[in-house]
Design a protein around this ligand. Sequence first.
Ligand code: ZN
Length: 373
Amino acid sequence: MPDSGSVRTEDALIASRSYESGKHKEGKSSSYNFDGKAQETLADTHLDLDRKMSRFPGNYGPVIELQVLEGSLYVAYSSFGVQIFSLLDTSSEAMARYSSSCLHCMTVAKLKGCTTLVTGLGGKLSFCDTQKQPRELDQVSFDMGTPVKCLLMLEHIIYVGLATGEISVFDTKKMTETDRFICCDHPIHCLAPAQEGSSKLLCVSSQDGTILIVNAHTSLPLRILTGHTKTSFSLQVDGPFVYSGSGDSCVIIHNLHTGVVEHSIHDNQGLVKTVCYNNGFLFTGGMDRLVRCYDTKTRKLVQVYYGAERGVITKIFVYNNMLITGNITGAVDCVELDVKAKHRCHKGCKLKFGNRSHLFWHLLEDHNITTMT
Ligand SMILES: [Zn+2]
């Protein structure tokens, strides 16, 4: 898995520029100055503003996973399957497509040197070597006896979260399930890795809103993180902090080691579907269509972006200096991440956008402003 740090690489720029160049009229955007006097009217940009273009458009249904491996973007859609796109050129066409109408979860990994799609297809844990034919997700499948809800790959072990509240431990070297244990009484929605001293831990989101901390080797439960009133759909861990976004519209920061709620964020309006930690920043997204970017040291909101096609956000992934978002209708977009940019709305809500076009859209849609005076 390539590092997803903040280094701005050429391929990240190519990908974001290819989108930007298709979106703007040449030379137009430089004449706007929202911190001072606007030089032109927003009406002049109507063509741009009305276009809901994204880098990888399409009506494929909800995006449930985004991952990058070796310059390729792997996108999983719950009712469509998996598509692979190149981030190294400007094409919006998929390089490969794998159909499935019952995809619950996906991860991509190098297994025995081969790029392999690991998926939960209904009640099956399936493996697909992307170099092999036929191009089907279930080239090799294992019946788990209950719906597979989520996957977490740590080295050669896949932890499989199941609808029964069990976790299956699957060894990809032996290609067999080596353990299965009951974790909770409810379906498991997501898993995240954590570390305590020399012990590897699993953070497990249960449908009842709790987050369980489990020793990955012994499967012993260590503690329960409470605070959410609805299911956490997304978990991220950085050092001692567990970040969770939930159906209760809230993002909570727990201390992994003590279980204490360190901080909670109530900015989101509606369900929080995805949280993404990257290099000192936490990104959240969901029903209210805004990606919020927080500084994890100050815990302050730094800036906001729109997600793909200004739709409901289902997945956020940060790769190099690129903010990648997937939405509920199947569009995926990439924009260059600029955490220092502050395109401020002066119309009362004081939102600071990380992208100039996103501020235009906000003024147009939320404030009904078509002319700057
Ligand atoms: Zn505003």
